[in-house]
Design a protein around this ligand. Structure first.
Ligand code: HEM
Length: 483
């Protein structure tokens, strides 16, 4: 009944229970929670509030409010719910705030410069060829693409950003890393819905807390090895500092592969970051750089398998570029793949891998004519924004032409934000788009995709990235030269 509660109560939202608000309502299964989010979004119009004692939150899914929050540095701080993943990613770029975030972002930005991406291209293409070999082994039979694509994206991020090939590790170690990430997702979800598990002293006394610790040990142990291996490499081969002190030259050196990790190790030598800081960033990039693109590619291939005419349009575009030639794809081909780019963008609209983000409102803010008190959480359910009937005609339909330049122009710039927007946007978005383009172009030059899992079979589970509750299956049938 205080002023804050009175302000929040003016915003429409689900009926709440005395004191605890909506706490009981959100304590449901992972699948039900995802459905509940969609039900709420449909019931209200671009904004609603939830109250889970003692926290108030608004969910906004209209572009005008999202612009207010995302375009302004004063709303850059991540909300309390990210504290659930803090023991894992600690103060890495995704979670850090204030000066620390600014300094880290400055160190890491050059790792995604166009010239660096050009070098990454070669390594991603090598991995894409390995992916094709795997797909050939499926001999046109139905296959679950989730683990196959996750292996491709994990290998790609470790070779490019970390300068470490996972083929040098026993498969059991890599498998247990991936499984530990999946299991952590389950723990995080369970803590997220049970507010009584938020205090550390309660959480760590439960079996869930113990499960988290066990999996964190595996995940941190793995990334520690990745850093160690790179440091040993640098010790042996050096940074090539004799030739230049310039950071671009260091990571572009021909003597060794380029790596984001090298920037961090170099920054450690300059006293800008310490050992723990490096580990935080490696954990962040290994996760953000692989699970997101794997989710994006999974849904994209499933959609293409189910939309033959769209798949054929991409093949026509590929034919125009490659003709009868078997030559490998190059960096120069990428901007020519305009239709494919539209298909990727539309897939990221329908299935945004990062479907939900959240900020903290440090000041009292007016959103949709409602006053939201300082201290509230501000959730941005990207999924619901992208499925809004007001912004997209027939929002459930897969229609790449929504991304024709004239159609983009008609939309609000914050109506489509798969990579977030503003100063705190995704640092890896160009990397991700490049990786997805290479993989899909290579796959469609080689295989015709046939549907097994249909869009109507997809049932989301609540996790850090958008996941189906079960496998996503596709058939890869060898093509007789692009027909
Ligand atoms: C399709 C693929 C991807 C999607 C949809 C995606 C989406 C996003 C989104 C929505 C955010 C904002 C998160 C938030 O505010 O909580 C973000 C942040 C971030 N992403 Fe991505 N991402 C993708 C791929 C990547 C890749 C490949 C990398 C690394 C190579 C990466 C690294 C990061 C990092 C480090 C941040 C935190 C940035 C900051 O706060 O300064 N992401 N991403």
């Amino acid at each position: 009944y205080n002023e804050r509660a009175r302000m929040i109560k003016k915003i429409p939202g689900p009926k709440d229970d005395f004191i605890i608000g909506n706490a009981v309502r959100v304590m449901c299964s992972s699948v039900e929670l995802m459905k509940l989010g969609r039900t709420f979004a449909k019931k209200w119009n671009g904004i609603y509030r939830v109250w889970i004692y003692p926290h108030a939150a608004v969910a906004i899914y209209n572009p005008e409010d999202i612009e207010v929050i995302m375009s302004n540095m004063k709303y850059n701080e991540k909300s309390l719910i990210y504290m659930i993943v803090k023991p894992w990613l600690r103060d890495g770029l995704l979670l850090s705030n204030g000066e620390k975030w600014q300094q880290r972002r400055k160190i890491l930005t050059p790792a995604f410069h166009f010239n660096i991406l050009r070098q990454f291209f070669v390594m991603i293409e090598e991995n894409s060829q390995r992916l094709l070999e795997k797909l050939h082994q499926t001999s046109g039979e139905s296959v679950d693409i989730v683990p196959i694509l996750s292996e491709f994206t994990l290998n790609s991020i470790s070779e490019t950003a970390m300068g470490t090939s996972l083929t040098e590790y026993p498969t059991s170690i890599v498998k247990s890393y991936k499984k530990a990430i999946y299991d952590l997702g389950v723990v995080f979800f369970n803590r997220f819905i049970k507010v009584y598990l938020y205090p550390d002293f309660i959480f760590y006394a439960t079996s869930l807390g113990r499960k988290q610790n066990k999996n964190l040990k595996i995940v941190h142990g793995f990334t520690e090895k990745v850093i160690q291996q790179r440091k040993e490499y640098i010790k042996e081969h050096g940074f090539n500092k004799d030739e230049s002190e310039d950071v671009d030259d260091i990571i572009m050196s021909k003597k060794k592969k380029t790596a984001m990790l090298d920037l961090l190790i170099s920054a450690e030598k300059d006293g800008l970051i310490d050992k723990d800081g490096i580990q935080e960033e490696v954990d962040t990039f290994m996760f953000e750089g692989h699970d997101t693109t794997a989710s994006g590619l999974t849904m994209l291939l499933m959609l293409l398998a189910n939309h033959t005419h769209i798949q054929n349009n991409i093949v026509t575009e590929l034919n125009e570029i490659f003709g009868e030639s078997n030559r490998a794809i190059t960096m120069e081909d990428l901007p020519k793949l305009k239709y494919l780019e539209r298909c990727i963008k539309e897939s990221l609209r329908l299935y945004p891998p990062v479907h939900f983000i959240s900020r903290k409102l440090n000041t009292t803010t007016v959103l949709s004519n409602y006053t939201v008190p300082a201290g509230s959480l501000c959730h941005i359910p990207i999924y619901d924004l992208h499925h809004s009937e007001e912004l997209y005609e027939n929002p459930e339909e897969y229609d790449p032409d929504r991304f024709l330049p004239e159609n983009i122009e008609r939309r609000h710039p914050y109506a489509y934000i798969p990579f977030s927007a503003g100063p705190r946007n995704c640092i890896g978005q160009k990397f991700a788009m490049m990786e997805m383009k290479i993989a899909v172009a290579d796959i469609l030059r080689e295989f015709k995709l046939e549907p097994v899992t249909k869009p109507s079979d997809i049932v989301f589970i609540a996790d850090l990235v958008l996941r189906n509750d079960g496998p996503v299956q596709v058939k890869f049938v060898k093509r007789q030269r692009y027909i």
